[in-house]
Design a protein around this ligand. Structure first.
Ligand code: C5P
Length: 222
């Protein structure tokens, strides 16, 4: 039976701004929000703490099964410790994209992701929300921007946090992460055929949010 709880799936590459847009859409609609990237970041952090190599698929997946992960508002907890800031580092972003290649880990995280689908609805942000995790989502958005614009946004974001940032390094890192996310065998980053493309190079955040809300209301009226 089809799941009656609506999901808006928002997929796209790193630093496309989809996290910010997805959270605002969720707030506007009073929906729950799933930051699926945070799950892969948590696994990267937890396995690093346990000295498990990120390329060891079986150990990473087995360890991930036992993790206690909780989201409370903007805070993320791993085995009751607040890891909200720790998982946001560039290193954990890289680790996340390394552990994310393992099909066995993706299978472990599937049920957890499904459990976020609760009334009145869910906005799910990631790489495979529309293609694998919520293929029946009534609205799928593929939100993207050019690599240069994404690198510029990430650069400004780091400067804003008073962190040392080098544009050329950020650009290279994004290109490598895109290649890994698009080229992997398990749930690669693709635009599902039934998704709408939202290209944000010349779009403000509020215009992107309005676009999605409009498409959502339109779908729901049908
Ligand atoms: O979105 P975020 O940058 O936090 O994701 C970190 C990494 O986690 C991505 O580069 C990607 O490799 C992986 N990821 C994934 N599938 C998702 C969400 C994130 O493979 N649904």
């Amino acid at each position: 039976m089809a799941n009656a709880i609506p999901v808006i799936a928002i997929d796209g590459p790193s630093a496309s701004g989809k996290g910010t847009v997805a959270q605002l859409v969720a707030t506007e609609l009073g929906f729950h929000y799933l930051d699926s990237g945070a799950l892969y970041r948590i696994v990267a952090l937890a396995t690093q703490q346990k000295n498990i190599a990120w390329d060891n698929a079986s150990e990473v997946s087995a360890y991930a099964k036992d993790l206690h992960i909780q989201f409370t508002g903007d805070q993320v907890y791993l085995n009751n410790a607040d890891v909200s800031d720790a998982i946001r580092s560039e290193q954990m972003g890289k680790g996340a994209s390394e552990v994310a290649v393992h099909a066995s880990l993706r299978a472990v995280l599937l049920n957890l992701q499904h459990s976020f689908r609760q009334a009145p609805g869910l906005v799910a942000d990631g790489r495979d929300m529309g293609s694998v995790v919520f293929p029946d989502a009534p609205l799928k958005i593929f939100l993207t921007a050019s690599t240069e614009v994404r690198a510029q946004r990430r650069y400004q974001q780091l400067l804003g946090k008073n962190q040392i940032a080098n544009y050329a390094d950020i650009l290279l890192d994004l290109q490598q992460r895109d290649a890994r996310d698009q080229g992997r065998a398990a749930a690669p980053l693709i635009m599902p055929t039934d998704a709408l493309l939202l290209e944000t190079d010349n779009l403000t955040i509020s215009a992107a949010v309005s676009f999605i809300l409009e498409k959502y209301w339109h779908k729901m009226q049908k």
